[in-house]
Write a protein of this length. Structure first.
Length: 399
């Protein structure tokens, strides 16, 4: 066990030490990968007691595993939560959370700008089970209030939203959720707990695609849910155990390792993103830049209020439409043309035809994902090199 007083430790220290320090069983400083599907009981009674919940212990890796537990403990610390539960992907985490609150006939209110996979879950898959998502522009709180009825079971917010980086006021949403006695669920993938702590702002449950900044190196797919201990236990005992969307011990280990550098990575992502956003803002071939840290961002004041930094994602509209965006994406040399985000490598993609192709043309128009919108996940390379790459690629474009 760590000798540190973790309650008093700063965020960067928690990133390194929060998962428990030295492994109790072996003294290993790095948490071992407990690559075992099952765990031996000391006796038949011991097994029965662990099964009945009378005694703590590991049973089977679909229900719990020490490497998964190290990651969960660390995530709970970082989000300021009682507990956390790891999943095999962000989508496994999100679908389990929605199913845990909603039954057939229920509905929930959600941001209308979401990762395209989440949008597809909400608008295509869940309706098959008679669960309705009411997707609205949550930057206007009136839209949330007007959508709640007696079958509404939760409010789901993604902020900053993928890919437009719109910001929803979490403290205000939590007041609405409390008034109607329903939980507020927040996707904290873009800011990470380093820049935004939704539970402190009144949210009840936080979800992540841990594939992104949490892992940080583009080498694993994972998800995590954080919240109250009772809720997390219920989620583990039903939706993780029954639906089986678990994380492997190896991937949990990659996430523990990734978290150790979260604070330093996020600082660098943000510094680089700011420089890239400022460069693009004054470029003659760029129409508009969306970055919550810029004073021109429509919800900059809310971002400043609820975030301690603005993260590494930048989106922009290129002049000349889709063809020019295509030319840009084919001309970059340092940015990689790929979906996903939050990696140490810089990535570039076209939301309308890639990550958000699950939106219909009308839906894309409604949420402002235009054909000329390009999304950057700004990595941790030298910012001068990133700007030079964008500059040379923009030069290739004839408007
Ligand atoms: N939430 C957000 C905000 C996301 O950006 C993603 C994936 C997910 C949840 C789902 O997580 P996963 O199951 O992939 O771990 N976003 C992606 C993106 O923008 N490009 O590729 C995946």
């Amino acid at each position: 066990m760590s000798k540190l007083n973790l309650k008093k430790a700063s965020f960067a220290t928690l990133c390194v030490h929060g998962s428990g320090g030295v492994d109790e069983a072996t003294g290993a400083l790095g948490i071992p990968i407990y690559q075992s599907s099952t765990f031996a009981f000391k006796s038949a009674k011991d097994g029965a007691d662990i099964f009945s919940g009378e005694k703590e212990g590991y049973v089977y890796t679909r229900i719990g595993n020490p490497t998964q537990a190290a990651f969960e403990k660390e995530m709970a610390f970082l989000e300021g939560a009682e507990a956390a539960l790891a999943f095999g992907s962000g989508m496994a985490a999100i679908s389990s959370v929605i199913l845990s609150f909603c039954r057939a006939g229920d509905n929930f209110v959600s941001s209308n700008t979401l990762y395209g996979g989440t949008h597809n879950l909400f608008m295509e898959t869940l309706p098959r089970y008679n669960i309705e998502a009411k997707e609205v522009d949550t930057t206007n709180l009136e839209n949330i209030l007007n959508s709640i009825d007696d079958k509404t079971r939760l409010i789901y917010i993604e902020t900053p939203a993928n890919p437009t980086l719109t910001i929803t006021d979490l403290a205000e949403c939590s007041k609405i959720a409390k008034k109607y006695n329903i939980p507020l669920v927040v996707d904290n993938t873009f800011p990470t707990p380093y820049y935004q702590l939704p539970l402190k702002l009144g949210a009840n449950v936080v979800v992540h695609s841990a594939t992104k900044y949490i892992g940080g190196h583009g080498d694993t797919v994972a998800g995590v849910v954080v919240g109250k201990k009772d809720y997390i236990n219920e989620l583990r005992g039903s939706f993780l155990r029954d639906l089986g969307g678990i994380i492997s011990p190896f991937n949990a280990w990659l996430l523990v390792r990734g978290l150790k550098t979260l604070a330093v990575r996020m600082d660098r992502h943000e510094q680089n993103a700011f420089q890239v956003a400022k460069f693009l803002q004054f470029h003659p071939k760029v129409e508009t830049v969306w970055y919550p840290g810029l004073s021109t961002h429509p919800q900059h004041d809310i971002a400043k209020k609820q975030m301690s930094g603005f993260g590494g994602m930048v989106s922009f509209e290129i002049k000349g439409g889709c063809k020019c965006g295509e030319k840009l994406m084919n001309s970059v040399k340092l940015f990689t043309l790929a979906v996903s985000l939050g990696d140490v490598d810089s990535l570039i993609e076209h939301p309308a035809s890639m990550t958000h192709s699950t939106y219909s043309p009308e839906e894309l128009r409604e949420v402002g994902i235009t054909e000329s919108l390009v999304r950057l996940s700004v990595g941790i390379e030298d910012p001068a090199d990133l700007i030079e790459d964008l500059s040379q690629a923009l030069k290739q474009i004839n408007i």
